[in-house]
Ligand binder design. Structure first.
Ligand SMILES: [Zn+2]
Length: 128
């Protein structure tokens, strides 16, 4: 039962991606992602954001939620610089790959540790 559900979910996801995100040109509605991984927080994480997104979409007001990038916008030129890794990316897609990558996450973790250490050194200095 669980396996079948998972397979079905995967199939649906593939369909959504190919139907909405890989299409080029207009006539494709924006697609938004909500996080449904925590069942106990379904209302806050899924229901409330979904209603907000719809409300802004219907009223045509600016939404605090960003739609998922379509395949086309993935290759839109966008200059981004990661100060932690000292990496420059030139497209939306490259940037997303970078910030999800293992290298970046490791650097962020190390950066946080170093910051914490520096803060602790600072506070011990002021204590003396
Ligand atoms: Zn980085």
């Amino acid at each position: 039962m669980k396996i079948a559900t998972r397979q079905y979910a995967r199939k649906q996801k593939r369909w959504i991606v190919s139907r909405f995100l890989k299409r080029r040109g207009g006539n494709v509605p924006p697609v938004y992602a909500v996080d449904g991984s925590d069942k106990s927080r379904w209302k806050e994480e899924v229901f409330v954001p979904a209603c907000e997104i719809l409300k802004h979409y219907i009223e045509g007001t600016e939404s605090p939620y960003q739609p998922l990038p379509t395949e086309e916008s993935n290759y839109e030129p966008a200059y981004n610089k990661c100060d932690i890794c000292n990496v420059v990316t030139l497209t939306v897609r490259e940037w997303q790959v970078h910030i999800k990558g293992r290298r970046h996450r490791k650097s962020v973790a190390r950066h946080k540790r170093e910051q914490l250490k520096a803060e602790m050194n600072d506070s011990s200095k002021t204590l003396k």
